[in-house]
Design a protein around this ligand. Structure first.
Ligand code: SF4
Length: 492
């Protein structure tokens, strides 16, 4: 446990999140100065003093009343507005605490003081300001304490994304459609997915209401001169639907929107136990050019453990069928840090994927989300530790090099094993536009269906509005008109 005293500011949440990243203490206990009577154990004191426009931040770390390390920094804040001032001050406080804690940390902290989800945004801002790559490197090191390896990843991704995102064209939007059904629920799942059981299949009813949302939103976008750049049907597992249902869904979607500038159409065919030649042919004939077949692992035992009802051979079969049918881009998702998996298992998965040679590979580091079964039964699972997760990530980088795929988008999540990142790799020319747009938040994502969250972008104001649909399937069916009205508000 560590006791923490903060003086002269209220960044308690941010300080707590940063201390957690170090993984040094089981508990973080914020105290008032006057309440520190017992000086045993670890104590961190962080204080901000202000004199006119000059600040001094002091951090001290004690163990059993002995000073272990300290940091003191004075600086002036150029004040453009109050928000800038707070942001800068918060950054300096975090750096000061980081520099103190890193001295007693056994591992390096590759993402430094960054705890946000979209670190590439910072690089885009710097590129906008015409910073050179060298200047960006120095800035990320000095201001965020990011490691060289992660800086390289960030700049590589941001430069690649820049070619697709800029210049911003406000006529274009992306469309996301949620199909919240899966054959069974994976243990790590936190998505609004409903196991599709025989006898209680609500898919027809759902599609009927989804059609209403699609048609009305299509009209709304057409009136406002918006055209689709990309379509992404995800979930859940959309290929849980029958071939006839998929055919209908895609047909009325393509009719409802202006698709004269459509560049990409993805359908997640995530689980091989939901794919057959008939469904894949239907997708291809309807213009789908990118599908995702997601093994997560190629180890039979792990597949069983995480709640999947298919074998690695089923994955290979589905992949080769999709290849034969002729999809331009096939993505495969894998997860590092799955229960009972070590480097040997990850290597086995990567070897199998290398043989398949997909155009995209998305590497997730396991995030144990609160709503997942994994979180509820965590004691029953053997999980990878931080150092192992780092080695796994390094192994995937090596394989990506061999497979000649490069990182083109990335993001971080809360509760990730080892506090690392998710990276999408791609062969040149196969980068997924939708993935890049949703990460950088410069384009509106219009999201339809239960649990879908639209993100309406106002790039001139550097602003984004999140417009969520209800998650529950029955609620969605009852309130579909309301979901359209929620979006309409932002187009007035
Ligand atoms: S396939 Fe994806 S959405 Fe479906 S249960 Fe597994 S993790 Fe959840």
């Amino acid at each position: 446990m560590i006791k923490v005293v903060l003086k002269g500011h209220d960044f308690k949440y941010e300080v707590g999140e940063l201390i957690k990243v170090f993984g040094l203490f089981k508990e973080i206990c914020f105290k008032e100065d006057k309440d520190i009577i017992d000086k045993n154990g670890f104590l961190l004191i962080n204080e901000v003093l202000r004199k006119h426009d000059e600040y001094t931040v002091i951090t001290m770390l004690f163990e059993n009343n002995n000073l272990l390390s300290e940091d003191k920094r004075a600086f002036k804040i150029t004040k453009h507005n109050d928000l800038d001032e707070r942001k800068n001050l918060k950054k300096k406080i975090k750096i000061s605490i980081f520099d103190v804690l890193i001295k007693i940390s056994k591992s390096n902290i590759p993402w430094g003081i960054l705890t946000g989800i979209r670190p590439t945004k910072i690089v885009h801002e710097l590129l906008d300001k015409k910073y050179s790559i060298d200047k960006i490197n120095t800035f990320l090191k000095d201001e965020y304490r990011i490691s060289d390896e992660k800086i390289k990843l960030l700049t590589q991704v941001a430069i690649c994304e820049g070619k697709y995102i800029y210049p911003i064209d406000e006529e274009l939007v992306s469309l996301y459609i949620s199909i919240p059904f899966c054959p069974t629920r994976c243990v790590y799942c936190s998505f609004p997915s409903n196991p599709l059981k025989k006898g209680s299949d609500k898919s027809d009813q759902y599609l009927l209401h989804l059609k209403q949302e699609i048609v009305k939103t299509g009209q709304l976008l057409k009136v406002h001169g918006k055209k689709l750049e990309s379509i992404y049907i995800g979930g859940g597992t959309p290929t849980t639907l029958t071939s006839t249902q998929l055919d209908m869904l895609i047909n009325f979607t393509l009719k409802a929107f202006n698709i004269s500038r459509l560049k990409e159409f993805t359908v997640e065919a995530g689980r091989p136990d939901t794919i057959d030649r008939d469904k894949l042919t239907t997708l291809k004939l309807n213009g789908v050019d990118r599908i995702s077949i997601n093994p997560q692992t190629m180890n039979k035992e792990t597949l069983k453990l995480i709640g999947r009802q298919h074998s690695p051979e089923d994955i290979e079969k589905a992949f080769y069928t999709a290849k034969e049918i002729g999809f331009k881009t096939i993505n495969m998702d894998i997860i590092l840090g799955l229960p009972k998996e070590g480097l040997r298992e990850v290597r086995n998965t990567l070897e199998a994927i290398k043989k398949l040679d997909p155009e995209n590979l998305t590497v997730h580091t396991l995030a144990v989300k609160r709503s997942s079964k994994l979180n509820q039964d965590i004691e029953d699972f053997e999980m990878a530790k931080e150092a192992l997760a780092k080695d796994m990530l390094a192994l995937t980088r090596g394989y990506a090099n061999e497979m000649e795929i490069h990182p083109y988008y990335m993001y971080r999540q809360k509760y990730m094993v080892g506090n690392l990142e998710n990276v999408g790799y791609s062969k040149k020319g196969h980068e997924c536009i939708y993935n890049m747009q949703i990460m950088e938040e410069k384009q509106s994502i219009i999201a339809l269906g239960a649990g879908a969250i639209s993100k309406i972008a106002f790039p001139k104001e550097n602003r984004l509005e999140r417009v969520p649909n209800v998650k529950n399937l029955d609620e969605y069916i009852k309130r579909v008109d309301e979901m359209v009205e929620r979006k309409r508000k932002y187009f007035r």
